[in-house]
Design a protein around this ligand. Structure first.
Ligand code: GAP
Length: 430
C-alpha cells in the first residue's frame, strides 16, 4: 500500500525527522526544522549526492559561497526583475494563489466561480537590508538559487586551478523563495537547500554533455532508492521554461499527492556568464590551454532541492505490512541513507550483566560501523517497531545465551528474520 502525505508527515514528526518551523507559535508557512534523525538522513542524502556528482569526478570543484551577495548579482542574473510567479486573488475569500496551479475560473479555496482576479507577476525574491538604514543602498536579496554564486566565482576557480573544459562547479546551499502558496510539506517551502552543479562546456559540446547528465540523474535516483517506475522525464515547453533556459527536462516523481517535478536539468547556454560579464565588466571568457579560440562556456545544470528529494525518498521507503497479525510501518531506506545503521539492546534492561555486555557490543559497533543507537526503552517488540519506523536495517539483541557463547540476535528490518551471529563476525555481517 502506498503512503499518504499525512502518513509521512505524521511519522516525520513522531520520530524526530521533521518538525513544523516555529511550531510553539503556530508555525510559519513553508518553513520546517529538521530533527535529530532528519539531520542524519539529510546528511546521508547530501553525502550520496557529493559522492556521485562531485567526489567521483576528476573535473568537479565544490564551493561554499556566502548567502549574502551584492544586489548587482541579482540584477544582472535577471532574478530581481524576472523571478516571478503569476498571482491571482479571490475577491470572495481573499486567498492569494498561483494562477498556474488553478484550472478553470473557480477558486480552489472557497469554491466560488468567477471571483479570481487577472494574474499579475509576483516577484519571489526575499529582500533584506544590510547596515543601519532600510533603504535602497542597504538592500540585497536572499538567494533563490545557489547557481549565481557559482557563476560569480567561475573566474576565481579558473584562475586558481586552470581546469580543462569541460569542468563543473558544485554547491550545496540555502535558498529562499517567497512562494505564494507553500504546500505539500517539504515539497514547496520558502526556505530550502539546493544541490546544484553548473557544468561548463564548449558551446559545440552541450548536447552530448546534456545526454550524459540525463543518464546520470537516473542512476543517482536509483542509488538513493527511488524506483525507476516512479521517475518520469518531462521535456519542458519553451513557454514554461525559466528565463535563462534553452532546454529543460524536469525529472518528475510520483509523490503521494501526484506526479511533480523533483529535479530540473537545464541547458542555460551562456546566459549567466554573459550577463555577469556585461554587468561587472569582468571577462568571463575561457582560454583553452592548447591556444584555441577563447569563448564563453555554456552551462548544463542539474538542480535538486534537498528537502524535495528527502520527501521523495521517504515516500518511496514508507512501507506497511502485517507481522503476526499486526500492522507494521517501516522505512525501507537503502542502508547508506538510514539515519541509524544498527540498534543495540539488552534483552532486559534490569539485568546488569546483559546491560554491561550490550554496552561492550554497542561501543565496538560504534567504532567499526558508526551511527549506532542504544535502545533499551520498552519491550523488545516495541523496540523493533520503533527502529522499523526510522528505517534501521538491523537490531542487535544481547540475551542470556550471549553470556554463554558470545553470539547475539540480529534482526533484519525488511524480512523481520532473526539469526544468531558471533560478536566477532557482527560488523562484517551488517
Ligand atoms: N538553479 C536552478 C533552479 O533553481 P528550479 O527548477 O527553480 O531551478 C530546482 O529549482 C529544484 O529546486 C527543483 O527541481 C526542486 O527540486 C527544488 N525546489 C525549487 N523550488 C522549491 C521549493 N519552493 N521548495 C522545495 N524545493 C524546491
Amino acid at each position: 500500500m502506498s503512503a499518504s502525505l499525512e502518513d509521512i508527515v505524521s511519522l516525520a514528526k513522531r520520530r524526530g525527522f521533521v518538525y513544523p518551523g516555529s511550531e510553539i507559535y503556530g508555525g510559519l508557512a513553508g518553513v520546517y526544522d529538521y530533527g535529530p534523525l532528519g539531520v542524519r538522513l539529510k546528511r546521508n542524502i547530501q553525502n550520496a549526492w557529493l559522492k556521485f556528482f562531485v567526489d567521483g569526478w576528476d573535473d568537479m570543484y565544490q564551493i561554499d559561497a556566502a548567502i549574502l551577495m551584492n544586489k548587482k548579482v541579482w540584477e544582472a542574473s535577471g532574478h530581481a526583475s524576472g523571478f516571478n510567479d503569476p498571482l491571482v486573488e479571490c475577491s470572495n475569500c481573499h486567498s492569494r494563489l498561483r494562477a498556474d496551479h488553478i484550472e478553470g475560473d473557480k477558486c480552489p479555496v472557497c469554491g466560488k466561480e468567477g471571483t479570481l482576479s487577472e494574474p499579475r507577476q509576483f516577484n519571489m525574491m526575499l529582500k533584506t537590508f544590510l547596515g543601519p538604514l532600510e533603504d535602497e543602498n542597504g538592500l540585497t536579496y536572499l538567494p533563490p538559487e545557489t547557481a549565481q554564486s557559482i557563476f560569480v566565482n567561475f573566474k576565481n576557480v579558473v584562475d586558481s586551478f586552470y581546469p580543462d573544459m569541460p569542468f563543473g562547479m558544485a554547491q550545496i546551499g540555502k535558498a529562499f523563495r517567497n512562494e505564494i502558496s507553500p504546500r505539500e510539506f517539504l515539497f514547496r517551502v520558502r526556505e530550502l537547500e539546493l544541490m546544484e552543479v553548473e557544468y561548463f562546456v564548449h558551446p559545440d559540446k552541450w548536447e552530448e554533455s546534456f545526454e550524459k547528465w540525463r543518464k546520470d540523474v537516473h542512476i543517482f535516483f536509483k542509488k538513493v532508492g527511488l524506483p525507476e517506475d516512479m521517475v518520469h522525464e518531462l521535456e519542458v515547453p519553451e513557454e514554461d521554461r525559466a528565463h535563462y533556459s534553452k532546454r529543460t527536462i524536469d525529472f518528475e516523481f510520483d509523490f503521494p499527492f501526484g506526479r511533480r517535478e523533483l529535479l530540473g536539468l537545464a541547458y542555460r547556454g551562456d546566459y549567466d556568464l554573459k550577463r555577469h560579464q556585461e554587468a561587472s565588466g569582468r571577462s568571463m571568457e575561457y582560454r583553452p590551454k592548447d591556444g584555441g579560440e577563447t569563448f564563453i562556456p555554456h552551462v548544463i545544470e542539474p538542480s535538486v532541492g534537498v528537502g524535495r528529494l528527502f520527501l521523495a525518498i521517504l515516500s518511496a521507503a514508507y512501507t506497511e505490512d502485517e507481522v503476526e497479525g499486526e500492522k507494521r510501518i517501516y522505512l525501507k531506506l537503502p542502508s547508506h541513507l538510514a539515519p541509524v545503521k544498527v540498534a543495540v539492546s539488552p534483552l532486559l534492561k534490569n539485568k546488569p550483566e546483559l546491560v554491561e555486555k550490550a554496552k561492550e557490543v554497542y561501543k565496538m559497533l560504534q567504532k567499526e560501523v558508526g551511527n549506532v543507537m542504544w535502545d533499551d526503552n520498552g519491550n523488545i517488540g516495541k523496540r523493533y517497531r520503533r527502529q522499523d519506523e526510522i528505517g534501521t536495517p538491523y537490531c542487535v539483541t544481547i540475551d542470556f545465551q550471549t553470556l554463554e557463547d558470545d553470539t547475539v540476535t540480529v534482526r533484519n528490518r525488511d524480512t523481520t528474520a532473526q539469526e544468531r551471529i558471533k560478536i566477532t563476525a557482527l560488523s562484517s555481517n551488517l
